[in-house]
Design a protein around this ligand. Structure first.
Ligand code: FSX
Length: 363
């Protein structure tokens, strides 16, 4: 198969049926909040699309984002769409290493200058260029060099989108997200630690279909996937509205599937598609498995006061809490959001750039 053959030919070669392909197009349309009538347009565009070159750079991260992507249930059409993207550089997945790997990146950049997609996972350390390098090149330099020739940039994972774990207080490496370095190119954030695989492939499919990035919210996230909070779509929401909360992970409330808000669930302040697309081929998501949402797709989620502390506790006894739940569910959600914004602001304010010399002084 020729490298620049239309995607539909490649998909046929992979044994994807016409029916399976159209099903993928309707699911993608619905995930992107497009009317069902857009599905044929997506199908037509994807059929004719050429394999775009994708350069994937990994900086300060745990490789969870790539793990997430490769764990998408196999074989899925989304997986095949990714297979037929020309992934020209990805130092975890590529066979080449050393000089050959870097040559592959340089050739892909030269041959596709101005047209390739740059995907980045991981944050960029500014505290010292030597903190994280690839082939001896500091992350910040490699990002600037590759971003210059990219058509668009997708920051995959909370580390690339907002700094993530490396950015958590006291941010010892001076980690920053992609958008803080790249200002002159469109950047879409696909946060989550890690992000949902279908959200990554959905953004890629949108780019392949329309030749541009999807509509974004104020934090650079595609509205189609991050337009609602987990709480908005949570199946445990009726318990929240009735003020029925699990107080421990093994009490009667927990066994009955009551709301996990008091056990630290960050669903009310977290925007992501976990409650609708779920994980592992639609099997489940953390709240369905009995654990609160950690808020991993939000900026500074590591510094939001502890995974098991409620973002805002109802300050009354359980009898009153029922009335509170009935009367003020939505209001409390808004208050939690406000409180959390304050906490985030404080967390942000407390982020001091820490140098190696500072660390030495503390020893
Ligand atoms: Fe970060 Fe991703 Fe969390 Fe890990 O690449 S978003 S630590 S899942 O690996 O960057």
């Amino acid at each position: 198969m020729k490298k620049d053959a239309p995607l539909i030919e490649l998909l046929r070669e992979y044994g994807v049926s016409r029916r399976g392909f159209l099903k993928f197009c309707s699911i993608t349309a619905s995930l992107m909040a497009l009317p069902p009538t857009m599905a044929p347009a997506i199908a037509r565009a994807l059929e004719q699309a050429r394999r775009p070159s994708v350069i994937w750079l990994s900086f300060q991260e745990c490789t969870g984002c790539t793990e997430s992507l490769t764990r998408s249930h196999s074989p899925t059409v989304e997986g095949l769409i990714l297979d037929v993207v020309s992934l020209d550089y990805h130092h975890t997945l590529q066979a080449a290493s050393g000089t050959a790997a870097e040559e592959a990146r340089e050739i892909a950049m030269k041959e596709n200058w101005g047209k390739y997609l740059l995907v980045v996972d991981g944050s960029i350390p500014l505290g010292n260029p030597g903190f994280s390098t690839i082939a001896g090149i500091p992350n910040v330099e490699m990002l600037k060099e590759v971003a210059e020739g990219a058509a668009a940039i997708i920051a995959v994972g909370t580390c690339a989108a907002y700094g993530g774990l490396p950015h958590a207080a006291p941010n010892p490496t001076g980690a920053v997200p992609v958008a803080e370095i790249v200002k002159e190119k469109p950047v879409v954030n696909v946060p989550g630690c890690p992000p949902i695989p279908v959200v990554i492939t959905g953004v890629l499919a949108h780019f392949l279909t329309f030749g541009r990035l999807p509509e974004l919210d104020g934090l650079g996230r595609p509205l189609a996937f991050y337009g609602n909070s987990i709480h908005d779509r949570c199946y445990r929401r009726p318990f929240y509205e009735r003020g029925q909360f699990a107080e421990t992970f093994d009490d009667e409330g927990a066994r009955k599937g009551w709301c996990l808000f008091r056990l630290g669930c960050k669903g009310p302040i977290t925007r992501n598609a976990c409650a609708t697309t779920k994980w592992n081929n639609g099997t489940s998501f953390p709240i369905e498995s009995g654990h609160g949402c950690l808020g991993c797709s939000e900026p500074d989620f590591w510094d939001m006061g502890g995974f098991y502390n409620a973002v805002s506790e109802p300050a009354m006894e359980s009898g009153t809490a029922v009335a509170w739940g009935l009367a003020g569910g939505a209001l409390a959600g808004a208050a939690a959001g406000l409180l959390n914004r304050r906490e985030r602001k404080a967390a942000r304010a407390s982020h001091q750039r820490v140098t190696v010399d500072d660390l030495k002084r503390e020893e």
